[in-house]
Design a protein around this ligand. Structure first.
Ligand SMILES: [Fe+2]
Length: 279
């Protein structure tokens, strides 16, 4: 793996908080204007970014939590870089099942888009890789679990709070079709996290829907895709007609998190609501 993979990056907090956005499951195609279930994913991402800038101002960093391309194409990541230039803040990426790590690194050209960890204020943001190359479902595996353990130990020594990010859901979300794809070694993941009081939240993508719940003291968050949405609670694959969106998170020095989800308003989107599948 190139040197820029799993580096630790540092960001500066604004005032009393670290202000983050999560943009997830952007599913950019190889060509500009390519579609996912009939939705133009370039257009929807650009509308999400414009609305987020309008609503939230400039963040301190943007977290892009996987399925950033639809087919792992270099051109998709290059356009992602272009669209993110509209935001005067660093972006950090992790891979989803649709992504190609080498092409992500090639597009980022040494800008450290794929850090293992981000430090800012009193926080460590740990970026995990749950991709199993060639498969739809997720697993962390021994290396990522070990890296998580090491990062949490270091964070504990330094008195940092932790936000843990990954692509696949580490809990069942109540949809049989997508729960088959949840993190296979979630039990080890939770056993590890629950040893550290400083872990405040886990944030993921993949499920293309908003989830805000808790597991004990840990906040659980999933977020809308910047393109097509999946219907919550559906046993079989089902597209939702909700608009594209994003999540914002403010991380405070006392370990508190404020967060919310916002969706694009004032625009029409085409999407195939009758589709029976998506891979
Ligand atoms: Fe996705």
């Amino acid at each position: 793996m190139p040197d820029s993979y799993h580096k630790t990056c540092t960001i500066d907090a604004t005032g009393d908080r670290l202000r983050l956005w999560q943009l997830t499951d952007t599913h950019l195609c190889a060509e500009t204007g390519g579609t996912l279930l009939e939705m133009d994913t370039d257009r929807s991402l650009q509308l999400v970014i414009a609305q987020a800038l309008d609503e939230r101002g400039t963040p301190d960093a943007v977290l892009c939590t996987g399925d950033l391309s639809d087919q792992g194409s270099l051109t998709a990541y290059q356009r992602l870089e272009d669209y993110l230039q509209a935001i005067p803040a660093p972006s950090f990426w992790l891979p989803g099942n649709h992504d190609d790590r080498n092409e992500m690194l090639a597009a980022s050209r040494g800008r450290h888009r794929l850090p293992g960890e981000i430090r800012g204020g009193q926080w460590q943001i740990i970026m995990l890789d749950s991709q199993i190359p060639g498969e739809v479902g997720g697993r962390l595996g021994d290396n990522e679990l070990q890296r998580l353990s090491t990062a949490l130990e270091e964070g504990k020594r330094e008195g940092l709070y932790a936000l843990v990010c990954l692509h696949h859901q580490p809990v069942s979300v109540g949809s049989a079709w997508i729960d088959q794809q949840m993190v296979a070694d979630a039990e080890q993941f939770w056993n590890l996290l629950e040893r550290y009081e400083a872990v405040k939240a886990v944030l993921w993508g993949h499920v293309h829907q908003q989830i805000d719940s808790r597991r004990g003291a840990i906040a659980l968050m999933a977020s809308p895709s910047t393109c097509v949405q999946f219907a919550p609670g559906s046993r079989d694959f089902k597209v939702d007609d909700k608009p594209p969106g994003y999540r914002w998170l403010d991380l405070f020095a006392d370990g508190r998190i404020e967060t919310g989800v916002s969706r694009v308003t004032g625009a029409e989107f085409t999407v195939d609501l009758e589709s029976g599948g998506y891979l």
